[in-house]
Write a new protein. Structure first.
Length: 352
């Protein structure tokens, strides 16, 4: 199969394969009829009983609820915070000033049970919500793009570590401090280019297609092309990404980047993934209670035959990301060098 045929196959197959799901991810949406409605943040509904293994009944004195709305469930246990999501499937006016809600479970924390007396409420995730504690169970897979970036899956781990298997949401942007612009052309397809390099004669482009996604596993494939400045040669890398949820707080990321064609001095650029060299990397994303991330893991570069690695702390605001990391291209070389040793790096980018 030629490279062109491979790319055409990926673009054709991605939307179909991405729709396969072995479990229901956290998807926040609003019914079309409430686009202009202002919900009362104090509105609550109390869990009264369970109808079956996935359906419960709740009572509220507020009339803010709508069929099809996704609402959050907060545990009555102190410190547990929000432990699940439910969809409102039925509403009955009891004529005594109360409303009976029938709700179906979409996602529940694996650490906490739902109990009679827990509270249902509208969920505002446009900014920091201290009751919404970090966990893989509550990562939001799809919603309005204005949701805080804290709660979205990581699209990238930084320029030195590389991307994850996630794609941007449709019409969403991610812009880095050094001028790389990523755009969600479709929910399953993200394209990118480093704009300053384009103007300096180093034309470049990349694309990543979502191949398969379930609650616990995500696969993606992509191509990265770059022209070498002042030369007639270019680089082309095929990237294979796999993300897997390991526990309630850990996501593993695996990246295989293969240089399909490269240039003579490519081994001097091993600090940058997918730029003319082949490497294999597997690492871990630890989600903290405040949704900041700690990233760490090893990598192996085939050209240098060297083991490297990284340790990163990633601070996330509503749109802005800032990370500081200690990286190594060769852990056996005890010197500061981005070519064959250790180096420090900061990274910054905006997702909107």
């Amino acid at each position: 199969m030629t490279f062109r045929a491979l790319l055409i196959f990926l673009l054709w197959a991605a939307p179909a394969l991405a729709s396969v799901d072995e479990d229901v991810p956290v998807v926040l949406r609003e019914p079309a009829s409430v686009d202009t409605r202002v919900f009362r943040p104090e509105a609550r509904a109390r869990v009264e009983s369970f109808i079956d293994s996935k359906t419960l009944r709740a009572i509220s004195t507020y009339n803010d609820w709508f069929i099809g709305e996704v609402i959050s469930l907060e545990s009555q246990t102190p410190g547990a915070g929000i432990i699940g999501f439910l969809e409102v499937t039925g509403i009955e006016n009891k004529q005594d000033g109360t409303y009976e809600l029938t709700c179906q479970l979409l996602r529940q924390s694996r650490l906490s049970f739902i109990q009679v007396g827990d509270q249902l409420m509208h969920l505002d995730l446009s900014s920091t919500n201290e009751r919404y504690k970090g966990t893989t169970d509550l990562i939001v897979k799809e919603s309005n793009k204005d949701i805080s970036a804290k709660y979205k899956p990581l699209f990238t781990q930084g320029v030195a570590v590389g991307e994850t298997a996630q794609t941007l949401w449709e019409d969403e942007y991610l812009v880095t401090w050094f001028g790389q612009v990523n755009y969600g052309l479709k929910s399953w397809l993200t394209v990118n280019t480093v704009v300053p390099a384009d103007f300096l004669g180093a034309m470049n482009a990349g694309a990543k297609a979502l191949i398969y996604e379930s609650y616990s596993n995500t696969f993606a494939m992509g191509l990265n092309f770059a022209k070498i400045p002042n030369q007639t040669r270019s680089t082309l890398n095929l990237n294979i990404h796999w993300d897997s949820i390991s526990s309630e707080s850990v996501v593993s990321h695996t990246l295989l980047s293969m240089a399909l064609f490269s240039f003579e001095d490519a081994e001097d650029t091993t600090a940058i993934k997918s730029l003319g060299t082949s490497s294999f990397q597997t690492g871990y994303e630890f989600i903290l209670d405040n949704w900041d991330r700690v990233l760490l893991g090893p990598s192996y570069n085939f050209e240098k035959k060297a083991v490297g690695g990284y340790l990163t702390y990633l601070k996330i605001w509503d749109k802005f990301h800032l990370s500081f990391s200690l990286n190594a291209t060769d852990v056996a070389s005890l010197k500061f060098s981005p070519v064959d040793g250790y180096y420090l790096l900061f990274d910054a980018y905006w997702r909107f």
